[in-house]
Design a protein around this ligand. Sequence first.
Ligand SMILES: Nc1nc2c(c(=O)[nH]1)N[C@H]1C(S)=C(S)[C@@H](COP(=O)(O)O)O[C@H]1N2
Ligand SMILES: [Mo]
Length: 247
Amino acid sequence: MKKKSLITRRNAIITGAAAIGGLLLPGCSKTLPPTYGNILRMGDNLTYVAHRALLPGQSLAKEYSHSDISSFPATGTVNPADTSLESYSEEYDILKRAGFANWGLSIEGKVARPGSYSLSDLQKFPPRTHITRHTCEEGWTAIAEWTGVPLSTILQSVGILPSARFVNFYAYDGYVDSIDLLDAFHPQTILAYGMNGRDLPIPHGAPVRLRIETQIGYKSMKYLQRIVVTDEFVDMGDTGWAWYVGI
Ligand SMILES: Nc1nc2c(c(=O)[nH]1)N[C@H]1C(S)=C(S)[C@@H](COP(=O)(O)O)O[C@H]1N2
Ligand SMILES: [Mo]
């Protein structure tokens, strides 16, 4: 009995997934994730389509109040200047020793005015602060306050070209990832330099990390080094993790 209902449910899910794919496929490829067709990233099809259908436009992730702020573990790379780690970056180490005074975020690709933004350049733009819940794929969540410049502000400042479709991110510890323009222009997507009212600490991605509140924790890249705007999707992550995980 149990087995039968399980099989039925599984078949229903498979049929449902096929139906979603089939419905959307003809002439609607813009609503499918760019990873469509990659068997290892099949989960993207469901989460991207469902999320984008349920939350059209730029709905905001829930924001919390100061009393909700919780303790916040640091995970993954917690210090790219640690020589004993595989993620060691000499470049980062040098920047860190100078208090990140020489750090600059390079923004290139399909933009009219490529350039490099220092921390003080970024801090001159009108900031955005929000208190949100971070959800890690490992099963924990934590709430913190983040301050930074909206990514949309910077993309407008460099003047993204009409052909632009994706934003690729590179970190000092070797992390690479990308998001599409809908998430890039989401009002809560920020280049964060502050956490809980202080400078962003090294374990949490100093001097600047991405905060993307519409997706799971690993999309919020720490230790930002370079941003490249592209006109085509390049699947940079062969990590086994989904590219799109809306929350
Ligand atoms: N560059 C970089 N970014 C990263 C990671 C990392 O290891 N390196 N880990 C990711 C994961 S899995 C999570 S849950 C969050 C953790 O952020 P935290 O260390 O501030 O908690 O950062 C994400 N961004
Ligand atoms: Mo994570």
